[in-house]
Write a protein that binds this ligand. Structure first.
Ligand code: G3I
Length: 320
């Protein structure tokens, strides 16, 4: 059985446009196994508005949404506001606070409106906090102030009131301080009426991380009452970054067990709170981890299912 058929929640991956267009085996796996997709890069600001203010480049994002619809998949939008992958015209934009707010409003409104009703959910703000739980120093913080977070969600909600809006971040499984800071920050915003519906846990992790920490991150995020998305999952093997690393059965077994624990923890959430799991890439060739062999994903270098794929299935089979 496929992941999407066995899973009680949507199961997806981040996809690359060039592989969607060029790699047949990749497409076969995506279509057979997944029912939710996130663009790994195609919906970032540097991709959508690469050259100038109010000049958009929709080709890849349109292709992505069309592909999802043709294959009956949900699209999770990633990401509207981030400190990374900004076009150079933003970094050099010379405006007053009011003009920066207008830039933010205009960008979010344009993008969300274009895909209204076609993109189910958005990572509206990505990685706004650092590990000690304080705001990250970003251009948005410098030019607008912390208010930028709240404004981003309000603009997105106005543009598509039906879209499920996420605050997305990493580190919940390795830092209890950051886990608490993210959840408290989001809860306080929600209490003030800011339209945030969910929290994304990137969970770009490795086998050295304990299963308990991963499960606690999911469970404690769910205690906010908001929707939970494991939004960029991978579990790297080569945590010491050794170039000579060779896969061994012990590490493979640990990787399987970690994937099983995460999939099982998501199964414990009420359906209404589970946005599902998205892995950051489909197979090991797709991983963002470059420079050392990490083998962090569910499919191998030839897109064949790995032990950790079976681990996810075991979590689903245990529900029956
Ligand atoms: O496509 C261009 C290519 O035309 C150009 O020649 C080349 C030269 O550098 O760059 C290519 O773009 C790169 C792109 O990946 C596609 O390969 C960008 O430079 C590079 O910055 C970009 O990296 C992405 C990174 O986010 C920054 O946007 C990674 O693929 C992507 O996996 C990574 O994903 C992030 C999530 O969005 C947020 N959470 C962390 C996660 C991992 O870093």
């Amino acid at each position: 059985m496929s992941l999407k058929d066995a899973s009680p929640y949507p199961f997806g991956a981040a996809l690359s446009i060039s592989k969607m267009k060029n790699t047949e085996i990749y497409n076969q796996v995506v279509k057979a196994e997944l029912n939710s997709i996130t663009a790994e890069n195609a919906m970032k600001m540097s991709n959508l508005a690469p050259s100038a203010i109010n000049k958009y480049s929709w080709t890849d994002a349109d292709f992505f949404v069309d592909y999802a619809e043709a294959n009956h998949m949900r699209v999770h939008g990633h990401c509207l506001v981030w400190h990374n992958s900004l076009p150079s015209w933003v970094n050099s934009y010379n405006g007053t606070k009011a003009e920066w707010i207008e830039l933010l409003r205009n960008y979010i409104t344009t993008v969300v409106t274009r895909y209204k009703g076609r993109i189910a959910s958005w990572d509206v703000v990505n990685e706004a906090l650092i590990d000690n739980g304080t705001p990250r120093q970003t251009i948005w913080l410098t030019k607008i102030g912390w208010e930028y977070v709240e404004l981003a969600f309000r603009f997105a909600h106005e543009a598509d009131p039906d879209a499920v809006l996420f605050y997305n971040d990493y580190g919940q499984e390795y830092s209890k301080v950051k886990l608490a800071a993210i959840n408290d920050t989001v809860k306080n915003l929600v209490k003030r009426g800011v339209p945030i519906h969910g929290i994304g846990l990137q969970m770009l992790t490795n086998i050295n991380q304990s299963a308990q920490n991963m499960v606690d991150a999911i469970t404690q995020t769910a205690e906010t009452g908001l929707v939970v998305h494991v939004s960029e999952l991978d579990v790297a093997l080569n945590r010491d970054k050794k170039p000579e690393y060779v896969i061994n059965p012990t590490d493979v077994a640990t990787q399987k067990s970690r994937y099983r624990s995460i999939a099982a923890a998501m199964c414990q959430l009420p359906e209404s709170q589970s946005w599902g799991i998205t892995t950051w890439g489909v197979g090991d060739p797709d991983s963002w981890l470059k420079g050392s062999p990490d083998f962090p994903l569910l499919f191998d270098m030839n897109y064949k299912p790995k032990s950790c794929y079976q681990g996810v299935h075991e979590a689903f089979a245990a529900l029956k």
